[in-house]
Write a protein that binds this ligand. Structure first.
Ligand code: ATP
Ligand code: MG
Length: 394
């Protein structure tokens, strides 16, 4: 693919996370390509491609199941009429083209700005990225404060890469996070959701959670959790969040699916649990309390990080299922098994048992109960029997 660009007289390099990970001996997740061809020229070269993006225009080229992202070298954002910033200096649009060196300095971290040129198989380093990579140091290109102002999401990226690569955030870049964290409040909730998912699905969510607290960024990602942490958190719920994140990381690292619905249920549970308990001490009336508190907490959360409906609904279903696990008599348990949310709610309940928030015997009971009542594969939606067509006489 790179060769097709090259043959047509264009320059093409691998760049970004793919090059960084290769140099670190990590399996790259994907490859990004940077080129001097314009999006239109790339588009013309590859039938299976389309131009996407608004903030940044890119070309996606499809190869079977993989998509390669091709970006045109970008120039200095500063004074170009093609660049649009808001009052905080945040870049809204930026489609100025430039040469490879301009492109390098516009990237976020030096370790992310290494290019692999397919002409001579050389690694091109315009910003001292190799040295930082060898020192396992995450350094922002240019003045950290200014770069965070241009795009506050870079602060979340710093935390993610520090955790994932086990790098230290260089001191001025780290200090500037404490100073500029509040800028995350202006990021559109949809972009916050995308970025939050990357944090939570990184396979190192526990470490990221610790770093978000350390850098005082958690309040922009999960404000209710941050407030709960400030306000005399209880041991059991602290352990619950930690254990759930360890579990999530294990699942991600062994290729098992994790649902954003489940993770948000976990992260918001301390706030929901605490508030519901303070409103209602009678366990039999807990479900309506959880419904109401769950709705309030979720409403507030989605103002910061817009969680798609199917996930927020799943989180609320997980919460309201919890009191039902106490009922092990009658028809209720079998009915529980048939609920679409059962499996997630059960996993959630097991975590609660393990940190002492629910009685241990419940985990055992429900585990055995499931073994005794195996749910047939497609039980939730039993396929409708093919209807016999009635012939109407006449
Ligand atoms: P990974 O894909 O492993 O999460 P990555 O470094 O490839 O990490 P991407 O989001 O895929 O991250 O971005 C690709 C490259 O684009 C980055 O390596 C970086 O050079 C540049 N980049 C991405 N986001 C930004 C940003 N907000 N500001 C500046 N440069 C960025
Ligand atoms: Mg990438």
């Amino acid at each position: 693919m790179l060769y097709r660009l090259a043959r047509s007289g264009h320059r093409a390099c691998l760049v970004g996370g793919g090059v960084r990970d290769l140099l670190l001996g990590i399996q790259p997740k994907d490859f990004d390509v940077a080129t001097d061809a314009t999006p239109e020229q790339v588009r013309a070269l590859f039938k299976n491609s389309r131009i996407i993006g608004r903030r940044f225009r890119l070309v996606h080229i499809r190869f079977g199941r993989d998509i390669i992202e091709v970006a045109t070298f970008r120039g200095q954002a500063d004074d170009s009429p093609q660049t649009d910033t808001d009052d905080n200096g945040r870049i809204l649009f930026d489609n100025t083209f430039g040469d490879i060196e301009d492109d390098a300095v516009r990237r976020d971290f030096t370790a992310n700005a290494l290019y692999y040129d397919i002409h001579d198989y050389a690694v091109l380093d315009y910003v001292g990225g190799m040295d930082d990579l060898n020192q396992r140091r995450l350094r922002l290109i240019g003045d950290p404060g200014k770069r965070y102002q241009e795009d506050p999401v870079r602060m979340l990226r710093a935390v993610r890469f520090a955790a994932k690569l086990d790098f230290t955030i260089e001191q001025t870049a780290a200090d500037a996070i404490l100073e500029h964290g509040h800028l995350l409040a202006v990021i559109p909730p949809a972009r916050m959701f995308d970025e939050t998912i990357k944090l939570l699905h990184s396979g190192c969510a526990l470490r990221i959670y610790q770093l978000l607290r350390e850098y005082r960024l958690l309040r922009y990602v999960v404000p209710a959790l941050d407030e709960w942490l400030q306000d005399d958190p209880s041991e059991g719920l602290l352990d619950f969040v930690d254990l759930a994140l360890v579990n999530t990381d294990n699942r991600v690292n062994t290729g098992q699916p994790v649902s954003p619905g489940f993770i948000f249920a976990v992260l918001l549970w301390p706030a929901v649990h605490k508030e519901a308990m303070s409103q209602q001490s009678d366990r039999r009336k807990m479900i309506p309390a959880l419904m109401q508190v769950g709705e309030t907490v979720m409403k507030r959360q989605v103002r910061h990080v817009s969680i798609p409906r199917r996930f927020s609904q799943m989180a609320r279903d997980i919460w309201t299922s919890q009191p039902r696990f106490h009922r092990t008599q009658g028809k209720q348990p079998l009915r529980m098994l048939g609920q679409p949310v059962f499996r997630a709610a059960y996993d959630f309940m097991c975590l609660q048992c393990r940190v002492g928030l629910m009685p241990h015997k419940l985990e055992r009971w429900w585990t055995e109960f499931q073994q005794e009542n195996p749910v047939p594969e497609k039980s939730a939606k039993r396929p409708a029997r093919p209807r016999r067509r009635r012939r109407h006489a006449g």
